[in-house]
Design a protein around this ligand. Structure first.
Ligand code: ADP
Length: 264
């Protein structure tokens, strides 16, 4: 709490009393803390790939690496780390755009079956490399009122996580259903499931936080930025929807997104 006081004077400067202003600054402080914590996290996240690019290129420039195979592997690391930097920067920009509400909703009816077919094509390339089977179940006539670009990002982020955190030869599913019998409360339920490594119970409540990772090494190897799910959560909120997770270690994970079929 912040207290400010000023004396009040009447005619001929006679003292009339004090005016006090009591202000609750907790919310402002909390926001300031969140902001500086975010900046600290961002700087840390950016420093890691930059350090790798710098270190490996210095070694190469120093001429100490004689055999071509080692040189190539160093170049590959430099390339991969610059890609990571790219992804980080674009995720950070997306997140800041969404959070500062500079990203208005552009609602239109989306035909889910054809919309998801194109998303599965995109995911298919990565899934194929890992021999992961993709499966979809989407009612042919189902529409949802949504911002198409944002809905695409929700599904791409969830599906690419499902593919990343599933071992070779596993299975990833996208199942969409309609729920509700009166038109007002109709919902579209989207489930993204995998047969992957799972998320420990204690981490489940925190995975939607920015930069939260269950296992840093594991996420880095999969090229993750730690921002994917917090972007998804924001985008679901913008659609007045809900997201939840169910997961069993070593068995798999299911993310469920519920969106109102019609926006008010
Ligand atoms: P990242 O870029 O690290 O994948 P996300 O925000 O997308 O970041 O996810 C946060 C963390 O949640 C990940 O680091 C990972 O540990 C865990 N996670 C997300 N999706 C899955 C999944 N389908 N299976 C297992 N773990 C997952």
């Amino acid at each position: 709490l912040h207290l400010d006081g000023v004396p009040m004077f009447g005619e001929e400067h006679s003292f009339k009393g004090m005016l006090f202003l009591l202000q609750d600054v907790t919310a402002i402080r909390r926001l300031e803390n969140m902001r500086s914590e975010f900046v600290a996290n961002v700087s840390h996240e950016l420093k890691t790939p930059v350090a790798a690019v710098k270190g490996f290129s210095e070694t190469l420039l120093g001429g100490g690496v004689k055999d071509e195979e080692t040189a190539r592997s160093f170049l590959q690391i430099i390339y991969d780390e610059s890609e990571r930097l790219n992804r980080l920067i674009s995720d950070i920009l997306d997140l800041s755009k969404i959070e500062s509400k500079r990203s208005p909703m552009d609602y239109a009816p989306v035909h889910l079956a054809s919309f998801c077919a194109s998303i599965m094509d995109t995911i298919g390339t990565v899934a194929k490399k890992k021999r992961i089977t993709l499966h979809t179940e989407i009612p042919e006539e189902l529409f949802v009122e949504a911002d198409e670009d944002k809905l695409r990002q929700i599904l791409i982020n969830l599906l690419s996580n499902a593919v990343s955190y599933t071992q070779d030869g596993g299975k990833v599913e996208l199942i969409i259903q309609e729920r509700g019998d009166d038109e007002e409360s109709d919902k579209v339920i989207m489930k993204v499931s995998d047969t992957g490594i799972g998320i420990p119970k204690k981490d489940q409540p925190r995975i939607f936080e920015r930069f939260y990772r269950v296992d840093k090494g594991r996420s880095r190897n999969s090229g993750g930025t730690g921002l994917g799910l917090s972007i998804v959560k924001h985008l679901v909120d913008l659609h007045h929807g809900e997201i939840s997770v169910e997961s069993e270690l070593g068995i798999g994970t299911t993310f469920t997104v519920e969106l109102p079929m019609l926006q008010d």
